[in-house]
Design a protein around this ligand. Sequence first.
Ligand code: FUB
Length: 304
Amino acid sequence: MKSSNPIIKNIYTADPAPMVCGDTLYLYTTHDEDVLVNDFYTMFDWRCFSTKDMVNWKDHGKVFSLDDIEWADARAWAPQCIERNGKFYLYCPVHKKDGGMSIAVGISDSPTGPFKDLGHPLVDEPDWNDIDPTVFIDDDGQAYLYFGNPELRYVLLNEDMISYDEKVGVVKVPMTDEAFNKGSHDTGTSYGEGPWFYKKGNLYYMVYAAFAVGQQNEHLAYSTSENPTGPWKYGGVLMATGEGDIFTNHPGICEFKGHNYLFYHTGELPGGSLFHRSVCVAEFDYNEDGSIDVISKCDGVEGI
Ligand code: FUB
């Protein structure tokens, strides 16, 4: 049996964030509303879906929303969830009532929520860079939260996962061509947004949405490092900009039951547009040296 892309066909979903827990893959997404406000991204809540076989998906509905975050008023953007010591932490960018973007944390005893807001922003800088958090716990127990557009930044999360090392503070990753390739985003590199941080073998990967010189729409690219905090080395394009495609793309990567998956989004549902996206998945393999060849958009994946 084979799945068919987009994975979710009854609503518009974007910004996929997979999390494997036991024999189940949980997929957190954002939700593009049908009716737009001010002709811009109109996003109020985060959704969760799960599968055990990559073909049959269970809809867990809305697991966290702007209504649950007293201090936020708009832009329920790209999240990521992680488990630590039996609790689940959903990191979410939101627009604050008093202006600017920041990163909220929802906490739950279950991967499918409901998530309860921490009560205040976790990361809140005086600029608009605090979006698209990606979280990873290394083998030594140190947890990292990377995020950012147009700059990639990170904090060292404390073991409680709801605070970070204030002495180290928010670290700005050097935005160099060696790390992220020359590109057309604000830093002069291709790094755009939507980082996805993980480790495979001894190599750390940073996958992200990127802007090539002369290209309007995002493609996906990756960089690697031998250390969790860099220096990063540009690896290549992961998914090319599709012809006639939408403005954004957004990566989420995981290994599930021995298979490697890239989740991404497109505008391919009926009525699709840059503000009406839909989440898809492709299977891929790593080369022996850890590099990854360009992954094509596809119709779906084999059941497992
Ligand atoms: O979905 C809203 C924003 O668009 C995300 O935060 C970005 O990664 C881009 O997908």
